[in-house]
Every structure is written in C-alpha cells, then in structure tokens.
Design a protein around this ligand. Structure first.
Ligand code: SF4
Length: 354
C-alpha cells in the first residue's frame, strides 16, 4: 500500500520565516479548496493507504468537519497511522475529539520554543501557555502518540533557551520530537546564533533527548521506542506516496509529480500537475542513498544490493572513500552511515551522490 499526504495550505497568520506553500487571509477559498481536494483524492484508483498525513499550512486551522469529509473519501480505517499537524491556538477540545473519533491517531504539534519572546519574534501566533493548553487537551481526549516540533538557530535564541525548551519537552514526555534549525532564504532576522553555537544546540538536543529515552533515528527526529513516524519512514525508505492538494508531490512508479502550487489554479483544475522527474535506475540508486543516509542506521548494504542488484560498496567506492576520509561517513560489513560530524554536515555528503 502507498501513503497519502494531504496538503492544507491555510494559516491564521504567516510566520516571518515561512516559505512553505501556505497562505493567511485566504479563508474565503477554504470551501472550494476542500471540494477540489476531495475530487483529487477520489480520482486516484487507490482506495486505502498505509499511512495518511495532513500537513500544511495549518491543517487544524480549517473546520474539523472538512477533515472528516476528506478522510471519508477513502477507506481510511485501513491506515496504520493518521497524523494531523496542529498549531496551538487553532484547536478546541471538540475539534481534537472529532479527530480521534474519526481515526486520527497521531498529532504533530508545533511548539518551536518555550520562550514567548522568541515565538513572537519569529511571528508565531501562540505562547507557551497556548501550547500547554493544546497539549493537555490532546492528552485528555486520549491521544497517545504526539510529536512536538522544536526549532533551533532562532533569532536571539541562546543555548540556555534550547536547554530550557528541552527540559520542558522532556517533562511533558511526548512520544516523538522533531528538531529543525531555522533555514532562511532571505536575511530577515538580526541576532541569529553563530554556526558554532547552532552546532552546539544540535548536539545538546541529541544528548538530552537520548538521555531521556528517545532514540535518535533520523537526522532531525527522535522517538520513544516504537513511535517513529511511520509516514516519514515511507519517504526515507523511498516508498511510494500520493500527495494531494496544492503544491503536493507524489512518487509513483519511479516518477515524481507536483501539483500546481497556486490555490486558485488548483481549485480551477486539480489535475494541473507536472512530472518533475522520471528516474532511471542510477538516479533511483543515488536518491536511495541520500534518503537512507538521513536515517541514523544508514544504508543496509545487503538490502540495497538486493534491491538494486548491485554491490553498493564497489559501485560507489570513490564517493564512499572520499567521505570516509573527511570523517563524514563510516562503514562496516553491514551498514554505511553518517558519522557524528556527518550528521551536521550532511549536505556535503548529499552533494557527492547527487
Ligand atoms: S504555521 Fe507553519 S505553515 Fe503556517 S506560516 Fe507558520 S511556519 Fe508557515
């Protein structure tokens, strides 16, 4: 079975750093968007999916009835994991209850930082108090699989702030934590931490979360045993998925498609999509290497050799040796994976295999 990603591109307010395909002040388009989205999902011949993920934007910003209607376009009860991204300040207890009553079994809640001044500076709509309220409501209605997002490298954020945010997360004890550094395409903030400090923040996150019983299973992701994101593991294992909604990408039969990103154009024609890539075997192998190296266990040599009928250590000998010399990759008989230094400088490794 494939996985299904559903994009909800609406937000209450646009965060200052955001370059996702998301819009504020577009509420009047929500109804028509949901209609187009349902049509798109019904147009596929796949009736059931292994995992379903509502991402955005802020999926929790729209009416819960719309989320349920979207789910009912497919045989959603067959999915092992159904996640919805939730932002504090956009849900009520009734909304969360409706999610859980209709098969959604995982929440991903954006905390980002525990300092209200930092949250305000980056344009988030919530405070720590709003997050706590949302998190507690989610537990009260019965969610047993919650992921919390943390950001580092934020303006005016110190190592101590990250430490405090981690203490808070460890105290509330979610099943999963995602940690991303702020990636900016424009120079919009002053007082960003230096590279060295940002690296220390990343190492602190790894150290503290591991100590608290989380397994570091992907560059940016940590989980209590058994709570790894099944949906994201499909991406990292180069599994197939359908992406529905404006700007969403699909990966099926070695082809990558992307839907038109503009909401109005998507509403006018949900079938407006472009084939981004048709993968030859070599492209697929290289992409597999890059995706698998995101995982802490890295590439299972035997598995890769069987999948592609190659000897990966021979075929990519030159690149692997070069990265080993730079201490970015480490290999044994079974696996090829990033070193501690490589986790931090993974881009250099990706470039080698592009
Ligand atoms: S809530 Fe998320 S998607 Fe929406 S503007 Fe902020 S960062 Fe972007």
């Amino acid at each position: 079975m494939k996985s299904l990603y559903i994009h909800i591109p609406f937000c209450k307010q646009k965060c200052l750093y955001c370059d996702f395909n998301s819009y504020s002040n577009a509420d009047k388009l929500i109804n028509d968007y949901v209609i187009a989205l349902k049509k798109e999902i019904q147009s596929y011949s796949f009736n059931a999916y292994k995992t379903i993920y509502f991402g955005g934007g802020t999926p929790s910003y729209i009416d819960e009835k719309s989320i349920v209607e979207i789910l009912k376009c497919i045989d959603y009860k067959k999915a092992e994991e159904i996640t919805i991204e939730v932002n504090p300040g956009t849900v009520t207890k009734e909304k969360l209850k409706s999610y859980i009553d209709n098969g959604i079994n995982r929440l991903s809640i954006g905390l980002q930082a525990t300092q209200d001044s930092i949250l305000k500076e980056i344009g988030r709509i919530h405070t720590l108090g709003d997050f706590e309220k949302t998190y507690n409501m989610a537990r009260e209605v019965g969610f047993k699989n919650i992921s919390v997002d943390l950001m580092f490298g934020l303006p005016n954020q110190t190592l101590k702030d990250v430490d405090e945010s981690l203490d808070f997360i460890i105290k509330i004890n979610p099943e999963h934590v995602s940690c991303y550094s702020l990636i900016l395409h424009e120079n919009i903030f002053n007082n960003l931490p230096e590279d060295e400090e940002e690296r220390e923040m990343y190492y602190l996150i790894i150290e503290k979360l591991k100590e608290a019983g989380y397994e570091h299973y992907e560059i940016s992701n940590f989980a209590k045993p058994g709570y790894e994101s099944k949906h994201n593991l499909v991406y990292w294992n180069q599994g197939e998925y359908v992406g529905a909604g404006a700007g969403a990408s699909s990966y099926i039969d070695n082809k990558r498609y992307t839907n038109v990103a503009n909401i109005n154009k998507y509403i006018a024609n949900y079938e407006d999509r472009t084939i981004e890539e048709v993968q030859a075997n070599d492209d697929k192998e290289r992409e597999y290497i890059i995706l698998k190296l995101r995982l802490i266990d890295g590439i299972d040599i035997k598995e890769m050799n069987e999948k592609f009928n190659i000897n990966v250590c021979e075929k990519y000998k030159e690149q692997i040796e070069k990265m080993e010399k730079l201490e970015l990759l480490e290999c044994n008989d079974k696996n090829i994976r990033l070193t501690k230094k490589g986790l931090d400088l993974a881009n250099i490794v990706w470039e080698e295999f592009v």
